[in-house]
Design a protein. Structure first.
Length: 217
């Protein structure tokens, strides 16, 4: 009777989970070969889980590739396991390759700040810890000025201070292969279904004009 009861409970739980999943359309990006990416400009952002940040930026017109990785700390050769301890100084980060003739750095900043809670400290949503903190990395003085101006202009809309740090870019460490294109490869993941895709959809509804026509979720 005990075994039967446990089996019944497991069956019910699995049924609830299966029924709760939505049949989302998952866009498939055309990924550029590494040797092709050198001709594009790069922008680097951290804002919570890199799975949906990567997919979000890859849905933007003019973005040729987004790569998940780690940045912001001093530990060399970080791994997912070490970064998740919160002791490496690194944050989950995406490195964005884009064509400035098709999308401006200002538009990427708009996507970045619109796609997060810009006042949350050391985390985004339920992802809590310094490894999920928000950082905008700049590569030159022009980018730094654009970031600072954007934050200055958006601050009056919020009671709390903007939490995103502004830091010079140093090194981007590419994450493990299984983190790349995670949503595309794991569309039925509970986290993807319940957290990642709804957050991407929210941004896409707010800024539909910057989204590739075939990349709406």
């Amino acid at each position: 009777m005990k075994v039967s009861l446990i089996g019944c409970i497991v069956f019910c739980v699995m049924t609830i989970i299966a029924c709760g999943q939505k049949n989302y359309k998952i866009p498939v990006s055309k990924h550029s070969a590494t040797q092709e990416l050198g001709k594009y400009k790069q922008a680097t952002f951290a804002a919570g889980c890199f799975w949906h940040e990567e997919a979000l930026f890859e849905s933007v017109k003019g973005v040729k590739e987004a790569v998940s990785g780690y940045a912001g700390g001093t530990t060399k050769n970080p791994t997912y396991e070490t970064v998740e301890t919160g002791t490496t100084g690194h944050a989950e980060t995406v490195n964005v390759y884009y064509d400035p003739a098709e999308v401006s750095y200002a538009t990427l900043l708009q996507v970045y700040f619109t796609g997060q809670n810009p006042t949350q400290v050391n985390g985004q949503g339920s992802d809590i810890g310094t490894q999920y903190r928000s950082i905008v990395f700049y590569r030159n003085n022009d980018e730094k000025q654009q970031i600072e101006n954007y934050i200055k202009n958006m601050q009056p809309r919020y009671k709390a201070p903007i939490a995103a740090a502004v830091k010079p870019f140093t090194t981007f460490w590419t994450a493990e292969n299984y983190h790349q294109n995670y949503i595309e490869n794991n569309p039925n993941s509970g986290y993807v279904q319940q957290v990642s895709i709804p957050e991407i959809q929210e941004l896409q509804k707010e800024l539909p004009q910057v989204i590739k026509p075939d990349h709406f979720y």
